[in-house]
Ligand binder design. Structure first.
Ligand code: IYR
Length: 222
């Protein structure tokens, strides 16, 4: 791309009225998002919806537009079973040894434990990988920039679009996550970033009774 290879930008709203009404709907909906650990096993999600969600995520900004991410959408029950088994193995060690007293205390309101049935109950798992570097056509390593930031932003887009599609998700981070590279056969330049179950929430699904900070606690206007 040459320096002068720029094209006109077309703002998306056709009018201010349209933008305002879409912004109102978006803001009313997005603040109702909650991390969901219980999924409706009887309700599937079609592949087309997952494809659209991944497309939206991949429209996020990234360092030098390198788009240093890869999304693996898993529907296959056997692969989901393997992921659950491997995640639970790590989580058992986390809850027993790795977390420590303070972390376990902080997790109490969420009533989490090593068991992760949602990894099989959700119709889809989306596994996000970050690409620390790329390999060009000649097999030479090429640099990516601000990989954590870029993939984090893409995950924000992903989570928002899952919610706006009327579905639920959870940012699950079993640690370490190396098993995901193995099970999903990902290349050396990629590292697992986030594991998200995606589905309809269970009709009797509950969420922890937690509050968000007030605007004046999280911001200053100068
Ligand atoms: N990864 C573990 C523990 C956990 C950690 C945090 I920070 C949470 O907000 C929730 C859980 C698990 O998924 O159970």
């Amino acid at each position: 791309m040459k320096e002068d290879d720029h094209i006109p930008y077309t703002p998306w709203p056709k009018s201010n009225i349209e933008a305002q009404s879409i912004f109102v709907s978006f803001s009313e909906s997005i603040v109702t998002r909650r991390s969901m650990r219980f999924y409706d096993v009887a309700k599937g999600v079609d592949r087309e919806t997952i494809e659209k969600i991944i497309r939206i995520a991949s429209s996020a900004p990234s360092g030098a537009n390198k788009q240093p991410w890869h999304f693996v959408a898993v529907q296959d029950p056997e692969v989901k079973r393997q992921i659950r088994e491997a995640a639970e193995k790590e989580e058992k060690v986390f809850y027993k040894d790795r977390a420590g007293e303070k972390w376990l205390k902080d997790l109490e309101p969420f009533a989490t434990n090593w068991q992760k049935p949602f990894l099989e109950e959700a119709p889809w798992l989306i596994v996000v990988f970050r690409q620390n570097y790329d390999i060009d056509a000649l097999g030479v390593k090429t640099k990516n920039y601000y990989v954590q930031e870029s993939v984090g932003i893409a995950c924000g887009f992903l989570i928002a679009s899952i919610h706006m599609a009327g579905l639920a998700t959870l940012t699950h981070t079993p640690s370490p996550m190396g098993f995901l590279s193995k099970i999903l056969g990902r290349p050396e330049n990629e590292k697992p970033f986030l594991l998200l179950p995606v589905g309809h929430p269970a009709t009797d699904g509950t969420v922890p009774n937690i509050q968000r900070k007030n605007l004046d606690e999280i911001s200053d206007f100068i």
